[in-house]
Design a protein around this ligand. Structure first.
Ligand code: MTE
Length: 297
């Protein structure tokens, strides 16, 4: 991944608190009544305001289009995201082919405000709309051999110019252990800021695993396979010494090119301390009990 490029100065965050957020998006949140709207997880020392819609949608990593974060939003114009189907297959009793609209009706996305921490040392706070990945797993019923999930992005080089270059092994692939995927924090997102997901953020459906570095949160997914052995992700294949399977946010384990001790929240100037598991330690630390976190980076 490339080094951080300087950002344009970000306007004041639009959403100062929950009340202002509700005033603005009350109608759009109708389906999310009762859902958690405040940021989940341990608070950081400085405040955690939602990042502006402008920054979330104009500072993107989506290598299928460009490695220039500020160019992605304009490069996606020819990318068709409707209609879209998501296949869930492999070691499951009931393989399924879902239409995205059907997913939304059936699994009722709710608001989840999460931190997103990129391995490059920047972060955001994003009000996603999504539903727990566990809901889909309940529907397809993993068999006892299913131990991992392999996620695959659409492969469409004619619409995604980055897929024509040979630097990476396309399509983008990511993976989770089954118990990680069943954790309530892991969601499939179909929207943000109460709007449908834009192409640059991984429309129409993408993974969000907030305690892991952002590259695990794979975009524009067409297939999820339940498999027996650990999948090799695009990044593990491209640079195995830099990117491991787990990729849990850990301020004590540096990446070969970037310290992970601190981060810059997009829209702010000063760096802040990075939190263990990105602030979700209470919810996820048990998944890694007894594991050597340096070896399992
Ligand atoms: N998914 C695909 N298919 N292709 C990508 O290049 N980039 C990842 C992740 N998912 C990426 C992807 C990285 S490095 C990050 S930090 C996040 O998406 C960025 O998500 P955002 O642009 O919505 O903030």
């Amino acid at each position: 991944m490339r080094a951080i490029t300087p950002l344009n100065i970000t306007p004041e965050p639009l959403y100062l608190n929950r009340r202002a957020f509700m005033r603005t998006f009350g109608a759009g949140l109708a389906v999310a009544a009762g859902a958690p709207a405040t940021l989940l997880g341990a608070p950081s020392e400085p405040t955690d305001l939602p990042t502006s819609f402008k920054d979330i949608t104009h500072y993107n990593n989506f290598y299928e289009f460009s490695s220039n974060k500020q160019a992605v939003a304009r490069m996606v114009s020819g990318f068709e995201t409707t209609p879209w189907q998501l296949e869930v297959t492999g070691r499951v009793a009931k393989p399924a082919l879902f239409d995205v609209e059907e997913l939304i009706t059936r699994f009722q996305p709710e608001e989840r405000v999460y931190r997103l921490r990129c391995v490059e040392g920047w972060s955001m706070v994003i009000p996603w709309h999504g539903f727990p990945l566990a809901r889909i797993l309940e529907a397809v019923q993993p068999t006892p051999e299913a131990r991992y999930l392999k996620f695959i992005t659409v492969h469409r080089p004619r619409q995604m110019p980055g897929q024509k270059n040979g630097w990476y092994h396309w399509p983008y692939v990511e993976g989770l252990r089954l118990d990680e995927a069943l954790n309530d924090l892991a969601i499939l997102a179909t929207g943000l800021y109460a709007k449908k997901l834009l192409a640059q953020n991984g429309a129409p459906v993408r993974l969000v695993v907030p305690w892991k570095y952002g590259f695990k949160s794979i975009k524009s997914i067409v297939r999820i396979e339940l498999v027996k052995s650990r999948p090799t992700s695009l990044w593990m294949r491209a640079a195995p010494h830099e990117y491991g399977f787990y990729a849990n946010v850990n301020p004590k384990v540096p990446h070969p090119r970037w310290s992970q001790a601190s981060e810059r929240r997009i829209g702010e100037f000063r760096r802040r301390r990075t939190l263990m598991y990105n602030g979700y330690e209470e919810q996820v630390a048990h998944l890694y009990a007894g594991m050597d976190l340096k070896a399992n980076y």
